[in-house]
Design a protein around this ligand. Structure first.
Ligand code: SF4
Length: 637
């Protein structure tokens, strides 16, 4: 990589490259192209991920894979600039994957003087990184190996600074569970795709950061005015006020009404509210808020300068259970509750707490356990085989199974591989495994909303609910899925911009304000539409990389379960698409709108030129050849 060139303001122009094998830290210049076309946060993750991680790389080989960490451009400079991004080649899916967490890590990293940190290699003894005001140290963490996440955060703060923000892995990451996650400050998960296992493979237990430097900004006076305006406008927005009280807690009510629940492992997308879904209502969760618990934690549970403050601290009503946790998101209630047939809110809170402490992605572990429950209930697995079976609704056994997964003990060693590989290893239940491109699905069943399944199928990372929601109304039978493409693309690119700027999507920023803040920080006037191209650029790079890894276009599909008709409720008979033809038509339309090859789903050279990515045309040409060869072989077989 070359040194810094003509950089817009707003960047330090410094990227730390940490080689754990040699214990060496080098500071590189930020490349001009990276700043101009990829902005920050998500954009920088994909820029460096594409350039530095070969598609053939084994994700658990720390000599080849890289862990990249990047704060958004506005981190610490705008209200609710909370998102810190991590990217590596995923051990779960084999493709590049980005994942985000709040709340103050990003601002502290930006104030520590770095635009990104890239880690590779494996330390001889377990270690953690400590980053403070322009320095990066590799410190010994042998005494923390094996510890739960909360204990790591406490210990690292004692050894560094009380105010340091700490991203840590739990035992699951150390044991290379393919969906182990990174937990920030003990509460917030950078959950998806197993990046905790990438840290585990490097012997890296945590990254702690503290920063007090003033980032370079083009016009501080203007930025100060905009900050105050954003704080007021975002805070007064009715959606923000709703989020402030409820966050995503009312998701259970919405999903049960709209046949979008993953109930009983995606066999009951519609659930009656009274007496069933209401047991996991937002009110139930909020009645467990512990108002006395905030003291000393306020600096870590809300995003930087956030007027919304949606996080609440709750305490499960269980005798002898001493811990508090940040209120669960909808995904916890859906994947550790409805999906497992567990309807006791305290059981769900305990499962959520345990998955956090072990460093397991709550969505993936929920899917894997529910799939195993289904295998047991259908008699496809019996007790003789692994000495362990489990029924829907059995929260105690689910908790035990989580521990077995994190320790890779017994059947836990199989389930630690993720639902796609587990079904292949066991040679059964493939038709019931709910994932896209190997990533277990988020807890929104697409049979209740037109175009939702298209979002899952075309998302570069797999079945993520954060890759855009379609804006068309009604269930899948209400019209062709291709009509959802335009709104899906817009929402997808807007979210990518928010992740590149580091802004939280629960803080509803108007487009004009985003443009003005970008100009105040960088000194460059660019429209929101132009800035949103960052989403398209990231996706283009991701799809070329995935095609070279064998996941595109093969992975652009949906699990069979979602084409089974909804068995009951007002949307009885609905499927994720009207039929497979409807899906094929929508997929072709998506490829067309994005400028991808009509059959192979890989960006064409013309599209890359349009996006200013001429330098990766040779890669795209190779990806087109590779994907074409695989397709030919498939037809020959
Ligand atoms: S809205 Fe909630 S999640 Fe977003 S930054 Fe604020 S406190 Fe954090």
């Amino acid at each position: 990589m070359s040194g810094a060139l003509m950089m817009p303001t707003g960047y330090w122009g410094r990227v730390a490259l940490v080689d754990l094998s040699r214990g060496r830290v080098e500071v590189l210049g930020l490349e001009e192209d990276a700043a101009k076309l990829f902005i920050g946060g998500k954009g920088l993750l994909y820029y460096y991920g594409f350039k530095l991680i070969p598609p053939s790389c084994n994700p658990l080989d720390p000599g080849c894979n890289k862990l990249i960490v990047a704060p958004g451009l506005l981190a610490g400079l705008a209200p609710s600039s909370s998102k810190i991004g991590f990217l590596a080649k995923s051990p779960l899916t084999g493709i590049l994957c980005d994942t985000y967490a709040g709340q103050v890590f990003a601002a502290k990293l930006k104030k520590a003087g770095f635009d990104a940190v890239i880690v590779h290699g494996r330390c001889r003894r377990p270690c953690y990184l400590y980053i403070e005001d322009g320095r990066v140290e590799v410190r010994d963490a042998a005494h923390l190996w094996g510890a739960l996440v909360g204990d790591v955060v406490e210990a690292v703060r004692r050894e560094t600074r009380r105010g340091a923000s700490v991203a840590a892995i739990g035992p699951a990451g150390e044991r290379l569970v393919r969906y182990a996650c990174i937990i920030v400050d003990g509460f917030r998960a950078a959950g998806r795709c197993g990046l905790g296992a990438v840290m585990g493979s490097m012997g890296l237990k945590a990254i702690a950061v503290w920063g007090s430097m003033r980032p370079p900004v083009h016009d501080w006076e203007r930025l100060r005015e905009l900050y105050l305006r954003a704080y007021r406008e975002v805070g007064e927005n009715p959606a923000a006020q709703y989020n402030s009280r409820r966050g995503t807690l009312d998701g259970v009510r919405a999903c049960s009404r709209k046949s979008m629940c993953p109930g009983w492992h995606w066999t009951r997308p519609w659930l009656p509210w009274e007496g069933v879904a209401e047991r996991l209502s937002g009110d139930e969760v909020l009645s467990r808020e512990d108002r006395g618990a905030y003291r000393g934690l306020a600096g870590f549970i809300w995003g930087w300068g956030c007027p919304v403050k949606c996080s609440k601290l709750v305490r499960p009503r269980r005798r002898g259970f001493e811990h508090i946790l940040v209120k669960p998101e909808y995904e916890h209630l859906a994947m550790l509750g409805l999906n497992l047939g567990v309807l006791d809110v305290d059981d769900v809170l305990l499962l959520a707490w345990r998955s956090n402490q072990l460093g397991l992605d709550a969505i993936s572990v929920g899917e894997v356990i529910a799939w195993f429950m289904e295998m047991c209930s259908r008699g496809l697995i019996d007790r003789d085989e692994y000495g362990f079976t489990i029924s829907f609704g059995d929260a105690e056994a689910a908790m035990k199974l989580m521990d077995m997964i994190a320790a890779r003990r017994g059947v836990g060693a199989v389930l630690a591989e993720g639902v796609e590989r587990a079904s292949e290893i066991l040679g059964r239940g493939r038709e019931a495994a709910v994932h896209v491109k190997g990533l277990e699905s988020a807890g929104w069943d697409p049979r209740g909303r037109r175009g939702m399944a298209l979002s899952y199928a075309t998302a570069d990372v797999g079945a993520s609910h954060l890759r855009g929601w379609p804006g068309v109304a009604g269930p899948p039978s209400s019209g062709p899925a291709r009509e959802a493409v335009e709104s899906l693309v817009r929402d997808r690119d807007w979210k990518a911009l928010m992740d590149s700027l580091g802004l939280c999507v629960f803080a509803p920023y108007p487009r004009g304000l985003v443009e003005e803040m970008y100009a105040a920080v960088t000194g460059e006037e660019r429209s929101a539409d132009e800035l949103m191209l960052v989403g398209w650029r990231c996706e283009a790079l991701a799809r070329i990389h995935a095609a070279l890894s064998g996941r595109v276009p093969e992975g652009d599909t949906i699990p069979a379960r979602w084409m089974e008709p909804v068995p009951e409720g007002p949307l009885k008979g609905e499927r994720a698409f009207r039929d497979w033809e409807d899906f094929g038509e929508a997929l072709r339309e998506y490829y067309r709108v994005r400028g991808y090859d009509a059959v192979l789903g890989v960006p064409t050279p013309e599209t890359l030129r349009r996006l200013g990515l001429d330098w990766c045309i040779p890669w795209a040409e190779e990806a087109l050849r590779e994907a074409g060869r695989r397709r030919e072989c498939m037809y020959r077989v």
